[in-house]
Design a protein around this ligand. Structure first.
Ligand code: SF4
Length: 293
């Protein structure tokens, strides 16, 4: 087996960590996002299909970056972390692992933004260097997973359980696509499974779909549908529920799950205020899950 993705960084960008989305991990910090070409899934709704649905083969000298150069760039720019994102880091696993090792030594955090479609063994090798992950839970209906993404649900659930067990900071994203993933009964079952399996304190992001790739004929998700999904999650005892891809002026506020006081205020992906410098709520002294210091 030979990797064609190693050293071939096809995209990089500096993002607020909130854009990953990670809302309980170093709020307001900047992260260096990198990606190679390629993906192991075939999602009909892929937003990065021009990068993800092409093989990472073909050496491009202008895109060559070593792990050391990636880490050096993150440090020079003043980022707190490196995010392996945009396409699917599983397909550039070797580059991610080597970069994550060097980043850890340099005092930087490592973030994986992934579909979670990875075998347990390589994930276990990566976990010691992983500080946070956002995993897409694309649907809770097995048939939809296959038709929408050419993938299976169960391996993704196993990834979530392993990350939780190994105490990697985890947030979950669920995209609401009209006619595909907007069924409230399925969302209810997903939230019940999350609550029953120890994810009540794991932030859950419901995201709005816009027509793209092979789903150009599907309308954008109604804001009301995203809000209903969020309410369903709150009713199922998921404490930190967020909505994304809503109008730019939309505010996302983190309220303490115990006393209900506002802790973090955001507009879109931009941090406005954060009252947390530790995991303790300044009002009721309860533990707030996340990485804040
Ligand atoms: S897993 Fe992500 S990058 Fe890959 S096809 Fe699906 S949406 Fe695109």
């Amino acid at each position: 087996m030979v990797t064609h993705a190693y050293h071939q960084v096809a995209a990089w960008h500096i993002d607020p960590v909130e854009k990953k989305p990670l809302f309980h991990f170093l709020p307001g910090s900047q992260t260096l996002s990198i990606a190679t070409r390629g993906c192991n899934l075939r999602c009909l709704n892929c937003q990065n299909a021009d990068l993800s649905q092409v093989a990472p083969s073909g050496f491009r000298p202008e895109q060559t970056m070593t792990p050391a150069q990636i880490v050096e760039m993150a440090q020079k720019i003043g980022c707190s972390s490196i995010s392996y994102t945009y396409t699917e880091p599983t397909v550039y696993y070797e580059l991610m692992l080597d970069t994550a090792r060097l980043a850890r030594k340099a005092g930087l955090k490592n973030i994986m933004v992934s579909s979670g479609y990875i075998n347990p063994q390589p994930l276990k090798e990566l976990i010691p260097y992983l500080d946070a992950a956002n995993i897409d839970l694309k649907s809770f209906v097995a048939d939809t997973y296959e038709k929408l993404c050419s993938a299976r649900l169960q391996p993704v659930l196993k990834t979530l359980q392993l990350l939780l067990k190994e105490k990697v900071w985890l947030e979950i994203t669920n995209l609401i696509i009209p006619g595909w993933t907007d069924d409230l009964d399925a969302i209810k079952k997903m939230c019940a499974w999350l609550a029953d399996n120890g994810f009540s304190h794991t932030p859950l992001h419901f995201s709005r779909f816009f027509p793209t790739h092979q789903l150009l004929g599907v309308p954008p998700t109604a804001v009301k549908a995203v809000e209903e999904a969020a309410q369903t999650a709150k009713d199922a005892n998921i404490h930190y529920v967020y909505t994304g891809n809503l109008p730019i002026h939309h505010r996302e506020i983190t309220l303490c799950h115990h006393c209900g006081e506002p802790l973090i205020n955001r507009m879109g992906n931009r941090l406005i205020t954060c009252r947390l410098t530790t995991n303790i709520c300044p009002d009721c002294q309860q533990f707030i899950p996340g990485v804040f210091n």
